[in-house]
Design a protein around this ligand. Sequence first.
Ligand SMILES: Nc1nc2c(ncn2[C@@H]2O[C@H](COP(=O)(O)OP(=O)(O)OP(=O)(O)O)[C@@H](O)[C@H]2O)c(=O)[nH]1
Length: 399
Amino acid sequence: MAKMPHLVHWLTGQFRETEREAWYRRAIKPRVRCESRLAWMLAALIFGMFSISDYFYVGQSRELYLLLAMRVVVVGSCLFLAWAIGRWGSYSQRLWLHALPLWVMATGIILIVPLRPDSLSTQMMAVIVATMAFYLLIPNLLTVVAMASLYLGIGFLCASAIFADSSSVDVLRMALLLIMANAVGFCTLLRVERLQRKQFAILSEERDQNRQLLREMAHRQSLEGQLRRLAERDALTGLANRRHFMKRAQSMFESAREVQAPFSLFMLDVDHFKTINDTWGHSHGDRVLMEIARVCAESLRSHDLIARFGGEEFVVALPDTSLSDALPVAQRLHRAVADLALPFEGGERGAAVTVTIGIVEARPDEDNLEVLIHRADKALYVGKRDGRDQVVACRESQA
Ligand SMILES: Nc1nc2c(ncn2[C@@H]2O[C@H](COP(=O)(O)OP(=O)(O)OP(=O)(O)O)[C@@H](O)[C@H]2O)c(=O)[nH]1
């Protein structure tokens, strides 16, 4: 958890780190734009409405027209600036745009003193309300508001002394009231600024932790996936391994039995693989196995299952396939392997590799996958015994 007391400046209420402060201001930009626009529209409306009291104080005179002209300029400027803030106010880059209406409004309030010197007490109240509104109603940075409020207070006191002939005691009384209003507004806004930033810091930290957590979860899931694949795959050929084959083939076999669909299986064994190893080396033998795995996998349908059963032996499960349909598939694999041209180290073309395949179809009463594999093995043995390089189907009579 971040150390909050050191995070925010005690006097300005801003983050000490400029990067973080800029990030915060960017984050609250839309809200500030919207609230500022509404607040300035409201402030301009109220300031404009005081034209009614102008009429009662000064009557139809030159001062009234001057007051009306000044109010129109201030209201118009504030409305224009409210629109500009809504459109361009960024709060982090164009701070002056947010400060400008404060200074315009403050100038308008100060200018009332020479034009309506008789209503100083009402104006004093208006200044206090305006000061509080600067601090609490219109979103702005504390430093910006404090400067504008200082300008309003000093300007008003000076105007009162010069144009309303206020005594020094009255000016002092008004100065104390303004100091009080400023102190209350400053402390309240400082508290709000600090609280909002602390809240933002906590939220960002939580968001960072969540993101980190999500990253870790994704990493963990991908590791689990990798581990699962490693546990299910044969490291050399990338095909399913024996254990995974038994699990999946069993469920395929059971599904086929449930709907009484045909189910075939064949065992494929590389001929004279020992000789290949002994003649060309173990790594060439590995390449032969990988190539056979590749061509076999490419020749099968997506819902067939091929696995390396062990050594140079492969097994294929063919759901929804009868023996008569499995036979051409096995012959296709047999041909594809025979057509393989496996170059040796140095580019020399290798001798043809052949395979023997034993095929079997599950009987309707058969419910044991191991027995089915055993029968396919027997057909394979027959093929090996009869000279290899062939496809042998296990007929009922051979079972
Ligand atoms: N290169 C390589 N050889 C392997 C691998 N697994 C098993 N072998 C070898 O495969 C050979 C299998 O030999 P055998 O069981 O006698 O079979 P074969 O020579 O193919 O003879 P037949 O099957 O009767 O045609 C052995 O020499 C094993 O060492 C492997 O992953 N890579």
